[in-house]
Design a protein around this ligand. Structure first.
Ligand SMILES: [Zn+2]
Length: 186
């Protein structure tokens, strides 16, 4: 993917540092080598989750509605060059919906490979949990690092997603048992 051009000025100017994509890649690669890719992704997600919750508390100050807070988040992250995020199909009662991001900084920085956006996924989880006042889980269903134009995420109440996962697990076990029965292995 071609890295986006940094836009100068605006709300972010003078309030942070610029970290080149190369440095992001080197830092994450070092953490993966020191721990393991899966351990590094869990730590990155957890660290980002706390950052996202704090960011939501700051963003909510003076905002009227939850929709307005999400609008502010998208503007701010685009300004900070994280990529171009947008929210879709948001159910403000249930706390569920979809997020896509074009030019995710993690996908751009890390290059082709498995889903890369552990920081953004964790950040969203923390931000949305704070916004909706309950634990929200975010899943990255498609990552631009695997091909395609954008990364796509789904979010919902963590309990709803756990229940969905449990139902799927039971279905898989039943299917496996039925298959063993029919083949005479049980
Ligand atoms: Zn991604």
């Amino acid at each position: 993917m071609k890295p986006p051009t940094h836009r100068e000025g605006g709300e972010f100017a003078g309030r942070g540092i610029l970290v080149p994509f190369e440095t992001v890649n080197e830092a994450v690669s070092a953490m993966e080598a020191f721990l393991s890719p899966s351990a590094a992704s869990v730590i990155t997600h957890e660290l980002a989750r706390r950052c996202g919750a704090a960011s939501c508390r700051r963003t909510m100050v003076g905002a009227g509605t939850r929709e307005e807070v999400l609008g502010r988040l998208c503007e701010l992250k685009e300004e900070e060059n994280w990529g171009r995020p947008s929210f879709h199909e948001v159910d403000f009662e249930r706390g569920s919906g979809r997020v896509s991001i074009v030019n995710s900084f993690e996908a751009v920085a890390r290059g082709d490979g498995p889903p890369r956006c552990h920081f953004f996924r964790g950040f969203l989880a923390g931000f949305l949990s704070e916004l909706f006042g309950k634990p929200i889980t975010v899943l990255e269903e498609r990552c631009a690092a695997e091909g395609g134009e954008r990364c796509e995420f789904r979010f919902a109440d963590s309990l709803v997603l756990y229940a969905e996962e449990a139902r799927q697990l039971v279905k898989n076990i039943a299917r496996e048992a039925a298959s063993k029965c029919s083949s005479g292995n049980l």
